[in-house]
Design a protein around this ligand. Structure first.
Ligand code: FES
Length: 323
């Protein structure tokens, strides 16, 4: 059975990152925190059923603390409002260890394209790439100077000259055209895109249209592209079997695998419950998943070795899970 691992941290510093966003520096009470890779995120436990994912935006070499930056979203699901309203310096918080489903691949060059608060994982990547002397450029699209998250940090960074700030209130939005480096596809360049759904969909579609291969474009979503369908592909029930006990559980069309396992006392790790964080990824031993997550790459989906049990289903009558 899976043990849900969490860490205790202290809110060490809170600072304004723009008119609408705040940076939170988290430290461990004993000074030690697990290392992380650029692109990683943590789950922040804000309440019994309020767990939210935030990318780490400090350099992976910057050990001993985690930095997150959160934009207040009054139309969101409540996580950012709670953080902005309730979190105070000195407060203890429970978080997950860093988890990375947005890792930097090995490439000769990198183009990082951020929309708004999507700058957070890409800022950590830029720090990591700068530290290793890699060739990269960072484009940050914002609506205005006042609302641009982490602008001061970008402008004073070691890679400020490789950072291009685009402001839509000055007519410079991604709708006006792709960044120069994306106008011509290059097989030796990896592209990373993070931001609101519409932004990522637009950049990905435009880049693909000029010839970039889908495998070169790496994205991370903060919200699911579409709400996961409740039922199976044909609305049918399937069985999920647990390898450690041999017990099989029917999963009706209107319930998730995680629901069924939890109701039967099987401990599973859950966080976003929307297929975007990867907390519930579970190895599959036999059977073919019907993947409905945004976490795994198309190649990982095709390999069928892991399943997000919060939202994905089965294409075969039975799935055997390594639990
Ligand atoms: S709990 Fe986040 S992907 Fe399943």
């Amino acid at each position: 059975m899976k043990t849900v691992e969490t860490l205790d941290v202290i809110v060490h510093t809170i600072s304004l990152a723009s008119a609408t966003s705040r940076s939170y520096e988290l430290r461990a009470p004993d000074g030690a925190l697990p290392s992380f890779e650029a692109g990683a995120h943590i789950d922040v436990h804000l309440g019994p059923s309020l767990i939210r994912q935030y990318s780490l935006c400090n350099s992976p070499q910057d050990t001993g603390r985690y930095l997150i930056c959160v934009q207040r979203d009054d139309a969101g699901r409540g996580g950012s409002r709670t953080l902005h309203r309730d979190l105070t310096v000195g407060q203890r918080l429970r978080i997950s260890p860093p988890r990375n489903h947005f890792p930097l691949v090995t490439s000769s060059r990198y183009v990082l394209v951020a929309g708004g608060i999507g700058i957070t994982p890409l800022l950590s990547m830029a720090e990591a790439l700068a530290a290793r002397g890699a060739a990269f450029v960072l484009h940050h699209y914002t609506s205005s100077q006042a609302t641009a998250p982490l602008l001061e940090r970008l402008q004073t960074s070691a890679f400020a000259e490789r950072t291009v700030i685009h402001r839509s209130d000055q007519g410079d939005s991604v709708r006006a055209g792709l960044p120069t480096e994306l106008l011509t596809p290059d097989p030796d360049t990896a592209v990373y895109v993070c931001g609101p759904d519409g932004f990522m969909t637009h950049v990905t579609a435009q880049a693909t249209a000029v010839g970039w291969q889908p495998g070169q474009i790496h994205t991370e979503r903060f919200t699911p592209a579409a709400p996961p369908p409740a039922g199976g592909e044909a609305g049918t029930e399937f069985t999920v079997r647990i390898a450690s006990t041999g017990i099989g559980y029917p999963v009706p069309a209107d319930r998730t695998i995680a629901d069924v396992l939890t109701a039967n006392g099987v401990e599973v790790e859950l966080s976003c419950e929307q297929g975007i964080c990867g907390a519930c990824l579970t190895p599959v031993l036999v059977g073919e998943p019907d993947h409905r997550d945004e976490v795994q790459t198309p190649d990982e989906h095709a390999a069928n070795t892991q399943i997000t049990i919060c939202c994905s289903r089965a294409r075969t009558p039975e799935l055997l899970l390594d639990l």
